[in-house]
Design a protein around this ligand. Structure first.
Ligand SMILES: Cc1cc2nc3c(=O)[nH]c(=O)nc-3n(C[C@H](O)[C@H](O)[C@H](O)COP(=O)(O)O)c2cc1C
Length: 357
């Protein structure tokens, strides 16, 4: 492969006036992209991190207690906050709140395939209504000074090429970058992301395109950069419980597997930060899926991770992690000393509990 033909993953690029220090973007993932995930992503090399989607409907249902609220801290920056909805006026209002709360970029979700979202005309449904999609982008771009971007799938039906027809119109309406996850909504997460479509989109627009889907190694990231001409790659599932994947993609050192102590230390800090963010009761349930993600991949014996998921009490989980990897203690102390205080503003818009893209 001709390595001169694509940009270095560690080089900076721009979305509007926002400088992004690397070409690795951490994907928005509902139920995953908490602040601890985003801050960790930045530490491991992501140049841009994204919140999971927040619902504009929150402007009307501000007291819904089944929903969580988004926190924004200065050390996440640059940060894109993703909003979803189908009413241009409400999306514009939400965008203003998001920008006022400190987002560097307002991203719009035109890709979510989950029925709860699409039946309201939001998410990937908007790809079938380009007029409305453009009115939303126009309203949001006119409402804020920060760049606005769109994340989308290829279309609703398998084999759809809708993103290629709609993408340029969204740019005309004011989108400063586009992210394409080239699966159909019907596909959900089956099959492969068809980045031949990403390459076509790149030729049709004069703004940066971010490629999302199935990027889990530096080799794959280089291949997608080289064959599509995209400005950056986005990594989602590969980074779940595995920030080392981000480091491997950026630095290319596939041989450096983290030690057990490093894994336990990152997980302990992740737990502590998430408890601060969500509160102990909510965090206890929320974190369970992360235990398998962190401790799997042969890193810890199976009984250790299955045992942890039985505890709602995160203090107990942390005690057991120290018991399984006593050498993690100095690493945790080091990480705590390195990490800035988890300060941050609370954005008064609810996070969707339904998620997806
Ligand atoms: C659990 C989960 C939640 C997701 N939530 C969102 C979301 O809120 N907004 C969005 O645009 N995409 C969402 N996505 C899609 C990802 O951002 C990404 O486009 C997709 O997972 C493909 O990338 P990957 O193969 O690197 O995971 C979600 C994906 C997963 C697995």
């Amino acid at each position: 492969m001709d390595t001169a033909a694509f940009p270095d993953l560690r080089s900076a690029w721009w979305i509007g006036a926002v400088e992004v220090p690397s070409r690795l973007v951490l994907a928005p993932m509902a139920g995953v992209s908490v602040q601890a995930f985003r801050r960790q992503g930045r530490r491991f090399g992501a140049g841009l991190v994204c919140s999971e989607m927040v619902s504009c409907a929150g402007l009307h249902h501000g007291n819904d207690r089944t929903l969580d609220y988004l926190r924004i801290a200065t050390d996440e920056k640059p940060l894109a906050v993703q909003i979803f909805g189908s009413d241009p006026t409400i999306m514009a209002k939400a965008a203003r709140m998001v920008a006022d709360a400190g987002a560097d970029i307002v991203d719009m979700n035109f890709g979510c395939p989950v029925r709860k979202v699409t039946k309201t005309g939001a998410g990937c449904s908007l790809l079938d209504d380009p007029e409305l999609a453009c009115r939303i982008v126009d309203a949001v771009a006119s409402a804020v000074d920060v760049p606005v971007t769109v994340k989308m799938r290829r279309g609703v039906e398998d084999g759809s090429r809708t993103a290629l027809a709609v993408g340029p119109r969204l740019v005309q309406a004011g989108a400063a970058a586009l992210t394409l996850h080239p699966r159909s909504a019907k596909q959900m997460y089956t099959g492969w992301a068809d980045h031949a479509l990403t390459a076509e989109l790149v030729t049709l627009v004069d703004v940066p395109v971010i490629a999302s889907g199935d990027i889990s190694s530096q080799a794959r990231a280089h291949a997608v950069l080289a064959t599509t001409g995209c400005a950056a790659v986005m990594v989602g599932r590969a980074a779940q419980g595995n920030p080392w994947a981000l480091r491997e993609i950026i630095e290319g050192d596939a041989t450096v597997e983290p030690t057990r102590e490093e894994v336990a230390a990152e997980l302990i800090v992740f737990i502590q930060e998430t408890v601060r963010e969500l509160g102990a009761r909510r965090a206890g349930g929320f974190l369970k899926k992360f235990y398998g993600w962190y401790l799997g991949r042969g890193r810890f014996p199976r009984p250790v991770k299955s045992e942890l998921t039985q505890f709602d009490d995160t203090d107990e989980v942390i005690r057991r992690l120290y018991a399984a990897a006593p050498g993690a203690r100095p690493l945790v102390e080091w990480l705590e000393a390195e990490l800035p205080e988890a300060e941050g503003r609370l954005l008064d818009l609810p996070i969707s509990i339904y998620g997806g893209g």
